[in-house]
Ligand binder design. Structure first.
Ligand SMILES: NC(=O)C1=CN([C@@H]2O[C@H](COP(=O)(O)OP(=O)(O)OC[C@H]3O[C@@H](n4cnc5c(N)ncnc54)[C@H](O)[C@@H]3O)[C@@H](O)[C@H]2O)C=CC1
Ligand SMILES: O=C(O)CCC(=O)C(=O)O
Length: 420
């Protein structure tokens, strides 16, 4: 049977509806949350290296600022769309709420394949994008950060552009910056580290010893590589990883630290293909691995009604945003596979972005260990609260996470008199 929808915006709307119904929330709350407050669309002119002028389409969506300023990354990808950015901004509202940090949700994106551009072209496009979205971002308005294909270096150009327009230092307007200009220690590792912490909690509640437990990770970018690295450090055996180029399998465990070094060699272009410590398959073979835990850390719509049939795992921990479709969600539930949802499990990134922002505003910086300790306490508490709610209300962990998130946002909207 074909999927009802793979449109992430329709998917997030269905998730909001399900949680509002389970909470017995008012129609007003649903109406306020089912779409973003604003979504700016911009045409970004970029002079390419060959002298040609190209126009790229970009977006910045602010889903909600009920709890605080918008917060969320900027994605560069050829499949970015207005609906995708709107959906991602809504997930940010609920992710920040679950994380217990004082932000709403925002997200940005440009329809572009940065692999086809030079560094100079990417820099010019990034700076122009900031100039165009300048009216809707700010340290206390909406605070962007990295996402797919955007890096600390790009955040550096962006913050520089913003501060020039502002005429003063406002470095808290972007997070995920390089350390030399106000980035936080442990931000680069934060999302993947958080995913690994959530793996640890999931193994605990499922009574599976993490030492020697088998794990597969889809995606070996910022999130996937640190999820795999920390999972291995915590004792798990990462037997398969994949990225756009291929899947790598080694039943004795892949040496993730060595693979990390390998992808960082410039000629390997950030890809795992050609690594010698494992067998190579096509990238979708990752779905066929028998493992204790599968972590999708690439893009949306990875686990669909089709691919879910191939999964043989006891736990799924979502590193990506929106990797599981609602139909696949139901199948996982029927098969009693525990799913730790994205708005909880990949919240480590925005949590440490929040710590970066706090450090920027206070002008005083914490050590790597201090940041990771704060992150661990917050994430483990959130896991336990959501797990408890799941048991009490006999719902999935995703519905429980949405219920907790929506309740907090609804309370804020009521306090401001926006809804009854
Ligand atoms: N970077 C961050 O702090 C956060 C990222 N996320 C989400 O995590 C996901 C990954 O983001 P990043 O790691 O930052 O992006 P990235 O650009 O660093 O890496 C993406 C990875 O996915 C791989 N990939 C793409 N298509 C694939 C496919 N069909 N099969 C297998 N691998 C594929 C790429 O090769 C790359 O390894 C996205 O959904 C993003 O929104 C969520 C929270 C925070
Ligand atoms: O670090 C941030 O502010 C946002 C990260 C992000 O875009 C996400 O969690 O999806």
């Amino acid at each position: 049977m074909a999927e009802k929808t793979l449109n992430p915006f329709e998917i997030v709307q269905s998730q909001i509806k399900e949680a509002c119904d389970a909470l017995g929330e008012t129609q007003e709350v649903y109406e306020m949350l089912k779409q973003p407050k604003s979504c700016m669309e911009v045409a970004i002119p970029v002079r390419m290296d060959n002298g040609e002028l190209k126009i790229f389409e970009g977006f910045r969506s602010l889903h909600s600022d009920a709890v605080g300023p918008g917060k969320g990354g900027i994605r560069y990808h050829q499949n970015v769309s207005r609906d995708e950015v709107k959906a991602l901004s809504a997930w940010m509202t609920f992710k920040c709420s679950v994380a217990g940090i004082p932000y709403g949700g925002g997200k940005g994106g440009i329809i572009v394949d940065p692999r086809e551009m030079s560094k100079g072209e990417i820099e010019r496009m990034s700076r122009k994008f900031v100039e165009l979205i300048y009216p809707v971002i700010g340290e206390k308005v909406d605070i962007p950060a990295p996402d797919v294909n955007t890096t600390p270096e790009i955040m550096g150009w962006m913050v520089d552009e913003f501060c020039k327009l502002e005429g003063e230092q406002r470095i808290g307007v972007f997070t995920g910056k390089p350390l030399a200009i106000g980035g936080s220690l442990a931000r680069f590792e934060a999302t993947g580290y958080g995913v690994a912490l959530m793996m640890k909690e999931a193994f605990r509640v499922k009574n599976i010893d993490m030492k020697g437990a088998t794990v597969s990770v889809q995606g070996f970018g910022n999130v996937g590589r640190f999820a795999a690295l920390y999972a291995q450090e915590m004792g798990a055996k990462v037997i398969a990883v994949s990225d756009v180029s291929c899947a790598l399998v080694n039943e004795d465990g892949i040496d993730i630290a060595a693979l990390y070094e390998y992808v960082n060699i410039p000629e390997n272009k950030n890809m795992i293909k050609g690594f010698e410590g494992a067998r190579e398959y096509d990238r979708d073979s990752i779905y066929d691995m028998k493992v204790d835990l599968f972590a999708p850390c690439a893009l949306e719509n990875s686990i669909t009604s089709e691919t879910v049939k191939r999964l043989d795992a006891k736990i799924v921990v979502e590193g990506a945003n929106g990797p599981t479709t609602p139909e696949a969600d139901k199948v996982l539930q029927e098969r009693e596979i525990l799913l730790v949802p994205d708005i909880l499990s990949n919240g480590g990134g925005v949590m440490v972005s929040y710590f970066e922002w706090v450090q920027n505003l206070q002008g005083y910086y914490w050590s790597f260990e201090e940041v990771q300790e704060k992150q661990e306490v917050k994430m483990v508490n959130a896991f336990n609260d959501i797990y408890k709610l799941m048991e009490e209300r006999n719902v999935t962990m995703r519905v429980a996470a949405f219920m907790m998130a929506i309740k907090r946002v609804a309370d804020a909207m009521r306090c401001k008199g926006w809804v009854k």
